[in-house]
Design a protein around this ligand. Structure first.
Ligand code: PEP
Ligand code: MG
Length: 597
């Protein structure tokens, strides 16, 4: 039953064929590195070396985990016995197989050998063993074997879960130059990627507009998602190229392919360094109109990039990072300290803090337990809805923001707003918290920070004229606005091709929101991904936007585009585009304009 591994056979290694698989390029740049396969889903696998002196302890830890897992399966068996007889029998067979796998199985023996010989931790040992087993059978197109492999994976995951249960599970300390390969890289996983060690990643699942993709762009990591067949083909240790521009993964490249990609990587990097020269130049159109280019921030580690790009401030702080990868909620003091550090770094530039937007694909263990499946639905209890349902969350966040407002300019942005009532309720809570701080003589800014609304749900765009009356600024979230208008899940690779912010319906909603803001004289920015794509710059400026917020890495490319644009020509072209009802024609008119100037 032992599948042959390629590790010990140099001959087989040399014979490895180049494999090219296409996917969705979600974060540009070219990464060349070594495959590090990681199992994903609910199981996060820490990986580290165990010193020889601690190997015995690690083996003991593994044994204890096996005992716990066996006990868990035993409890399941008791439960299964109470099922109707056919189901009990079926379940009994499966659980018996699980018990055997938790005994003297190939999985367990292999893991023990790896702990002892390779001196790695138990989780990593199980992980590597399951990778080997899966790989050995990957070529067999047999549904029975596929199902058995799923069973083995299930058992392996159970052991890993037991091993990791009590602590937050960081992504492995992988060797430098690794490229992460996984079934799925969740936003929470992406938040743990260390760009000093991981130079890129690719996954089977995921779309270009999901938060994993956004996170990749934010970290400047080349990434390709939606790569079918990747897990079956890639093995830890293989050489791999991830081309985030074209959306391609090349495994075991030939020397010629490698040389071609190295040349392209060099070209890409020199293009990037040209942009850096733009840093000191103002973002002004050819006809002299200044455009403010802000940064979207997912994680504080992006701040050096934000400052290096010369951002006008933070136009969108996605505060979810404070809540992810932990089992408890961050308190007021902890949140305050994080905001204080950001404000200090910004040295007088505005910080726009979006209140918690947990929900959909962005999950936090501390909250999803409470709200269950609803939080996982794009249409569920998420964004401002969750915050209003749990006012304690909002109160804590507001208190931290208000305290930070004493230290520098700060604005508050509410996500997923769909009615004026939500804004009014949030403002009442904000006032109440401000009063309470005042009573306690805790410092805050003299006036309440501006309270803004994300326009990212069609109902908000359609009633933008009413929202203008209850808030202080708008930020258009074109990612969700596109998702909800077109009914396209932004994370689903199956429908990724249909996701199109140039659809006339989306553009009309954007135009309506801009007009309402301009009429109501409140500031409006765009902070969805189109703000960071130079292809859209002329159209957005032409529609009247003067503030864009994007991933820091995109700022200089957009600045270059701003400096090429004549605003009156852009407005005229935007007018022509808005008269169209066909997205193909819209794209053509936009691309033609971009080709001219
Ligand atoms: C958006 O929806 O466009 C947006 C900026 O919010 P997020 O991507 O964080 O959902
Ligand atoms: Mg959004």
């Amino acid at each position: 039953m032992n599948p042959k591994t390629t590790k010990k056979s140099p001959k087989k290694k040399a014979a490895k064929k180049e494999v090219v698989i296409d996917g969705l390029g979600v974060s540009s740049g070219i990464a060349i590195g070594t495959v590090h396969v990681r199992e994903s889903g609910s199981v996060a696998v820490p990986e580290y070396k165990v010193p020889a002196s601690k190997t015995a302890d690690e083996l003991k830890r593994f044994e204890t985990a096996l005992t716990t897992a066996r006990r868990q399966v035993g409890r399941l068996k008791n439960k299964a016995n109470k099922l109707p007889s056919a189901a009990a029998e079926e379940m009994g067979l499966l659980l018996e197989a699980y018990t055997q796998m938790l005994g003297n199985s190939r999985l367990v023996r292999g893991a023990i050998r790896r702990i002892s010989e390779e001196r790695i931790n138990a989780e990593a040992a199980i992980q590597d063993e399951i990778n080997d087993i899966t790989q050995g059978f990957a070529q067999l197109d047999d549904s029975y074997i596929a199902a058995r492999l799923d069973d083995i994976r299930e058992v392996a995951n159970r052991i890993i879960n037991v091993l990791t249960m009590t602590h937050v599970r960081p992504i492995s300390t992988v060797p430098k130059g690794s490229i992460l390969i996984s079934e799925e890289v969740t936003p929470a996983d992406a938040a743990q990627l260390d760009p000093k060690r991981i130079v890129g990643f690719a996954a089977v699942l995921g779309g270009a507009q999901g938060h994993t993709a956004i996170m990749a762009r934010a970290l400047g990591l080349p990434a390709v998602l939606g790569v079918a067949g990747l897990k079956e083909t890639a093995r830890s240790g293989d050489t791999i190229i991830v081309d985030g521009e074209v959306g391609r993964v090349v495994l075991n490249p030939t020397p010629t392919t490698l040389a071609t990609f190295e040349a392209r990587q060099f070209e890409y990097r020199s293009r990037q360094s040209k942009f850096t020269r733009l840093k000191r130049q103002p973002a002004v159109t050819r006809d002299g109109v200044e455009i403010s280019l802000f940064a979207n921030v997912e994680l504080p580690i992006e701040m050096p990039q934000v400052m290096m790009a010369g951002a006008a401030g933070i136009g969108l702080l996605r505060s979810e990072f404070m809540f992810m990868n932990r089992n408890d909620l961050p308190g007021e003091e902890e949140q305050f300290r994080m905001l204080r550090d950001l404000i200090k770094t910004l040295r007088g530039r505005t910080l726009t803090v979006r209140t918690l937007d947990i929900g959909g694909e962005k999950l936090a263990q501390s909250l999803t337990g409470d709200v269950g499946e609803s939080a996982q639905s794009a249409l569920g209890l998420r964004g401002i809805r969750l915050s209003l349902a749990r006012p304690d969350l909002l109160e804590t966040q507001f208190a931290a923001i208000l305290r930070a407002s004493a230290l520098g300019p700060i604005r508050i942005l509410l996500p997923m707003v769909s009615t004026t009532r939500e804004v009014k309720q949030a403002r009442e809570i904000l006032k109440k918290v401000a009063k309470s701080l005042k009573r306690k003589k805790i410092a805050q800014s003299e006036n309440l920070p501006p309270l803004g609304v994300m326009i990212e749900v069609p109902s908000a765009a359609l009633t933008a004229d009413a929202l203008v009356g209850v808030c202080d600024f708008f930020a258009i979230g074109s990612n969700d606005l596109t998702q909800y208008t077109l009914a396209i899940d932004r994370t689903d690779e199956q429908v990724a091709k249909l996701y199109n912010p140039l659809h006339p319906s989306v553009l009309r909603l954007i135009e309506m929101s801009i007009s309402a803001a301009l009429r109501g004289r409140i500031p409006i920015s765009i902070c969805g991904e189109i703000a960071g794509d130079p292809r859209f710059t002329a159209l957005l400026l032409g529609l009247g936007v003067r503030e864009l917020s994007m991933s820091a890495h995109a700022i200089l490319a957009v600045k270059q585009r701003v400096r090429e644009i004549d605003l009156s020509a852009a407005s005229e072209r935007a007018g022509g585009i808005m008269a169209q009802s066909d997205s193909g024609r819209i794209a053509m008119l936009l691309d033609d304009f971009n080709a001219l100037v």
